[in-house]
Design a binder for this molecule. Structure first.
Ligand code: GMT
Length: 376
């Protein structure tokens, strides 16, 4: 199949999902054409069947805001015609679903049908998409996609609650490649002394991640047992977290590792993963930790409870309840056998989201979109 994939190229979860999905489809023999404003961080363009087409926005003195959607729609049209795309799969509704709709209309005038699959990821619905500035256009472009998927049941319900949706929404969960998570302790001594627990957090450090709760929970843990906190990723809340660690007198125990490409290796040496987010449609970072056999202590926001099963793969707490986060962490960390049970259950849960189980669900939806668009 000739497949177009549109997503954000950044470290964010929706970009990671789009990239990993495309690369897996390419391995299965499909020709996959990525379109974005820069090359997605995890995309390996040297692999067979992978094509990357950069969307260039031409600047002009009149523009205060560059018309990215226009450039993206034009790119979709050109690539669809040149490579005979059979379907286009857009990740994160804003502005990708809207741009795809425009491309579809332009192509129709040329006698070409382009089925659209839109995957809703999170804040495109729960935060940004609900904003009155975007709501009408987001509503329209969801209803005018041939197939709509969401990454969790919770996000599906939010979409139905916040918008006027006439389309069926298929829930296809996020996934991970379990072969990337191999037990390997060799880098452990780089971060922790013998006997110290390694607590890890990975995110883009936006406000919704509630980074102060991560630091506060860790502060309480390290009062009870030797521990270090590894903070992976980057974003607007990072400096505040650094200051909080300094103010609490634990700066040397909180290590900011930035945007590392060694996430899987670091997860594999971790004892516990913290994700106290205010909003989280799915929580791909939590799933990745579980893939490495790491119990998760998270909030119960959005779809997190569909991934991290309270009392089994980790513990969940109400948003902002640091007492409960701390109690959950201590419950897991304070007993070696219990920790092992949680770790094993986390890995078993992650296996349910293995890439080879999930990608066929998308392929089925591509067929469905083609049937609806071309025969409908
Ligand atoms: O919606 C966002 O905040 C951005 C998006 C991203 O691109 O990082 O994250 C969302 O999509 C991920 C992949 O599907 C999910 O794992 C995240 O839970 C979700 N983030 C939120 O809902 C805050």
């Amino acid at each position: 199949m000739n497949i177009g994939i549109v997503g954000y190229p950044t470290y964010g979860g929706s970009g990671v999902v789009a990239t990993e999905l495309g690369m897996y489809l390419a391995k299965l023999g499909h020709k996959v054409h990525f379109m974005s404003y820069s090359q997605p961080v995890r995309l390996d363009v040297l692999e067979p069947n992978i094509y990357y087409h950069e969307v260039n926005v031409q600047d002009y003195p009149l523009f205060e805001y560059q018309p990215y959607e226009l450039a993206l729609s034009s790119k979709m049209v050109n690539i669809a015609l040149k490579y005979k795309l059979e379907v286009i799969h857009v990740h994160y509704a804003i502005p990708h679903a809207y741009a795809a709709y425009m491309a579809k209309q332009i192509l129709l005038e040329k006698g070409v049908k382009l089925p659209i699959v839109t995957t809703l990821h999170g804040t495109d619905i729960t935060l940004v998409g609900r904003n009155p500035s975007y709501k009408q256009a987001v509503n329209f472009s969801i209803n005018n996609s041939d197939v709509v998927t969401s990454v969790s049941e919770s996000l599906k319900q939010d979409t139905l609650a916040f918008f006027n949706i006439q389309k069926e929404i298929e829930v296809i969960p996020n996934f991970l490649d379990l072969s990337l998570y191999r037990p390997d302790d060799s880098c452990k001594h780089n971060f922790a002394q013998e006997g110290e627990k390694i607590i890890t957090h990975v995110s883009n450090f936006r406000k919704v991640k509630r980074i102060p709760d991560v630091v506060e929970t860790f502060f309480r843990i390290q009062e009870q047992m030797p521990a270090v906190l590894l903070m992976l990723g980057d974003g607007p809340e990072k400096e505040r977290a650094r200051k909080q660690a300094q103010d609490l007198g634990i700066a040397e125990k909180v290590k900011f590792l930035g945007k590392t490409s060694e996430v899987e290796r670091i997860l594999c040496i971790s004892d516990l993963f913290l994700l106290p987010s205010e909003k989280e449609s799915f929580g791909l970072a939590a799933l990745e930790a579980m893939g490495a056999g790491v119990p998760v202590v998270s909030s119960n926001a959005g779809g997190l409870g569909e991934v991290n099963i309270h009392g089994q793969t980790g513990m969940t707490a109400d948003i902002g309840d640091v007492d409960a986060l701390f109690a959950g962490a201590m419950h897991i960390l304070s007993d070696a056998q219990r920790h092992l049970d949680f770790a094993q259950a986390a890995r078993v849960q992650a296996e349910r989201f293995s890439i080879d189980k999930v990608v066929p669900l998308y392929l089925k939806e591509y067929e469905e979109a083609i049937a609806r668009c071309c025969n409908g």
